[in-house]
Write a protein of this length. Structure first.
Length: 468
């Protein structure tokens, strides 16, 4: 990438990243996940320009992040406080922007309105709610129960009551919830890194400044932000030998989204390391988690339907490994006129769960002394072999691997995965086609031209300075 030839300094990174997120926000005004009444046809001139602008901004932001990585891994890295300021600067243009890369935030609002109206959000989909909010939800999820825990649904219900179902206010509120989660992540990461023997600045660079956080947690307002924030501060409490608080916080994270429940294993390992007897540690951890679950569920008033969240259907466009293998096997069996074709996808999903279970046992057995890193690898396994995957699911693992990566090479490989996944979804969250892919590539190419010209200008300025 031409940006790598730039002389790296913090100011340059701030400006380049700010230009990237500004392009993302401007392009999102016509190409983002807009409310139904504002949607443009993909072939309209404004939508075309918007898509080009989004991908131009995405490449500029990624280049700024790579430059910042050079600084962080150099001889005089920025302080954690300076990096948090960079994150804030980059995030500013995205705050008033429409949702980007997913329509999930509309589902959150509809589900919150259902809870506020005392509907069973686990038994019925947003279609039961009806009205403007339900109309914004993607068709696949119209008749699907909420796959989220009572803590998040209680937050969504409170937000629904405060905003009275008004869409702009609801979107702003959900983005504020996501920002709170990102702030908790940024607060927890340096502490987790110090306890794990990692560089706090490098952890912040990979864990919260990477493009996936800005694209999907800030711009997309995904509830994964608050899940990871609670999980992070819970682990900090566990490392600080406050096991009950750690258990409560990690359980609350799991009551946002279920994968965070694996964090209880890390809390338990930390309790055992502090000298607690195994039986007592297990009983007290389980007791505190159960009490938190019962209390949170009673306060939310949603009931225990969240226990069945794994039954949530998988999108036909999903590209998880087991789903891809299942669909490929089904197509082959159908071509052979086999009666086993309908079983192909469920069997592959079952195999994925079995592989995940075995991998988790191996990970925790081998990495018991490093519970934060073990948790990161465990969440990576869950995301990789689960029946569904989205780019932001990678953040479950990336956040913790950033804090506890055993080497710079592991951190760099993880960063490469994050950079690739940042390009995986179109700004309206819809499926790609050839025409839109060409436009996306054109936007990226435009950014490369801009970076190349900036590089030439930088070299010219440097040469003139030496001559003078």
């Amino acid at each position: 990438m031409p940006a790598l030839a730039f002389p790296a300094d913090l100011r340059r990174c701030q400006v380049l990243g700010l230009a990237g997120t500004a392009c993302l926000a401007l392009g999102g005004e016509t190409a983002g996940a807009l409310p139904a009444r504002e949607l443009l046809t993909p072939s309209s001139p404004h939508a075309v320009l918007g898509l080009v602008g989004v991908y131009c901004g995405l490449v500029l932001l990624t280049a700024a992040w790579v430059l910042l990585g050079r600084l962080v891994h150099g001889g005089d890295p920025p302080t954690p406080r300076a990096l948090v300021l960079v994150l804030a600067v980059w995030a500013v243009p995205l705050l008033p922007a429409p949702p980007l890369f997913s329509r999930d935030v509309y589902s959150y609002l509809a589900q919150g309105a259902m809870v506020d109206a005392h509907m069973d959000v686990y038994a019925h989909g947003p279609a039961r709610l009806g009205g403007p909010l339900a109309e914004e939800v993607a068709p696949l999820w119209q008749n699907t129960g909420a796959p989220y825990g009572p803590v998040f649904l209680a937050v969504a219900a409170v937000l629904s009551g405060l905003t009275r179902g008004e869409l702009p206010a609801g979107l702003a509120g959900m983005r504020c919830v996501a920002l709170l989660g990102v702030a908790l992540m940024a607060a927890a990461l340096p502490r987790l890194a110090r306890h794990s023997g990692a560089d706090p600045a490098a952890a912040l660079w990979l864990g919260v400044l990477n493009p996936l956080v800005l694209l999907h947690l800030v711009a997309g307002a995904h509830n994964d932000a608050i899940m990871l924030g609670l999980l992070g501060v819970g682990l900090v409490a566990g490392l600080g030998r406050r096991p009950v608080l750690a258990t409560v916080l990690v359980t609350l994270a799991a009551l946002v989204k279920a994968p965070a429940a694996l964090g209880l294993a890390a809390v338990l390992v930390l309790r055992l390391r502090s000298g607690r007897r195994p039986a007592r540690a297990v009983l007290t951890t389980a007791g505190a988690s159960a009490a938190t679950t019962v209390t949170a569920t009673a306060v939310a008033g949603t009931g225990y339907g969240w226990i069945g969240v794994l039954d949530t259907p998988v999108s036909s466009h999903n590209w998880a490994l087991t789903s891809l293998l299942g669909r490929g096997t089904r197509a082959l069996l159908e071509a052979l006129d086999s009666d086993l074709a309908p079983l192909a996808v469920p069997v592959w999903h079952g195999l994925g769960l079995a592989v995940t279970a075995v991998a988790l046992v191996v990970i925790w057995w081998r990495l018991r002394p490093r519970p934060v890193y073990a948790l990161g690898l465990s969440l990576a396994t869950v995301a990789a072999f689960g029946p569904a995957i989205r780019p932001w699911y990678a953040l479950w693992a990336l956040f913790l691997i950033a804090a506890a990566a055993p080497s710079t090479s592991v951190r760099h490989r993880t960063a490469a995965v994050a950079g690739v996944l940042a390009l995986a979804v179109l700004p309206d969250g819809g499926p790609a086609d050839t025409g839109r892919l060409v436009l996306a590539v054109s936007g990226g190419a435009l950014a490369v031209v801009v970076l190349w010209q900036a590089r030439l200008a930088s070299r010219t300025t440097t040469a003139l300075g030496r001559t003078a």
